[in-house]
Design a protein around this ligand. Structure first.
Ligand code: DGL
Length: 266
């Protein structure tokens, strides 16, 4: 049975809006309910127990609002809480992030790639398995980008201090001639223009959001859960976005990444 119930998406903050954006572009009929846990951001330096607890709370919030599927639009929460969310809600499709190491390696000509992700993601078993599986014979330069999520949440998308931070993070990657950089945290696509400026045109920045949107499409289609309302001009969906703490960056980013949405302080 087709369903126009909302797709529930969560992240620790505004980062998951980059995924919500890709989903809304691929599936314009769908309504999105999004929650950013800005009261407890960052997740990237929290324990597995905390991340599981927070992720289950965010999921419950969305399911209480009758969402038909959950997208964990946070690499860190995907690495530590996916199993707990799936085990707790076995009947609900749960789509999660994974650093796009495999496609970056497959397309790399220099055999040298960069991975930008949170400390939590870089330390996770999920990430280690990916490297073991696909990273043989490849130089992989990693950086936990300390402070970058905070700068992005604070709306410093083009500030000299963010540019300096990124220059420092990326210098070893420039020197090692990486030809792909995996954006392994959903916040980082927000500063793609800065990263691209430092790395130059020849380096591909791998944002997994469009691939995640395709997965959402496949999972909903398989279960007959796609919203088949075709009259999207007249019945354009109204998305709803909650933030548990600060809404600072949401106010601006929503206009760009998820227009036609209402922002509610939780
Ligand atoms: N956006 C999240 C991710 O993809 C993490 C940001 C944070 O540290 O909270 O990992």
């Amino acid at each position: 049975m087709a369903s126009c119930r909302a797709i529930g998406i969560f992240d620790s903050g505004v980062g998951g809006l980059t995924v919500a954006n890709a989903i809304s572009l691929l599936l314009p009929n769908e309504t999105i309910f999004y929650i950013g846990d800005t009261a407890r951001i960052p997740y990237g330096n929290k324990s597995k127990e905390d991340i599981e607890k927070f992720s289950l709370e965010m999921t419950k919030f969305l399911l209480d609002k009758d969402c038909k599927a959950i997208v964990i639009a946070c690499n860190t929460a995907s690495a530590y809480a996916l199993e707990a969310v799936r085990n707790t809600y076995p009947a609900i499709p749960v789509i999660a992030m994974e650093p796009a190491v495999k496609p970056a390696i497959e397309h790399s000509k220099t055999r040298s790639i960069g991975v930008l992700a949170t400390l939590g993601t870089l330390k996770s078993d999920r990430y280690s398995h990916l490297k073991d599986k696909f990273g043989q014979g490849i130089q992989i330069l990693e950086n936990p980008c300390l402070g970058l999520v905070d700068s992005i949440e604070a709306g410093k998308w083009n500030d000299p201090e963010t540019i300096l931070l990124l220059e420092t993070i990326l210098k070893p990657m420039v020197d090692a001639q990486v030809d792909h950089i995996v954006l392994g945290c959903t916040h980082y696509p927000i500063v793609i223009p800065l990263i691209a400026n430092i790395m130059g045109d020849s380096v591909q920045l791998v944002n997994p959001a469009p691939a995640i949107a395709k997965q959402v499409y496949r999972q909903l289609a398989e279960r007959n859960l796609l919203c088949v309302n075709t009259d999207i001009k007249e019945n354009s969906p109204k998305h709803t976005v909650w933030a548990t703490g600060s809404t600072l960056s949401f106010n601006y980013l929503l206009k760009e990444l998820l227009p036609n949405s209402e922002l509610i302080h939780w």
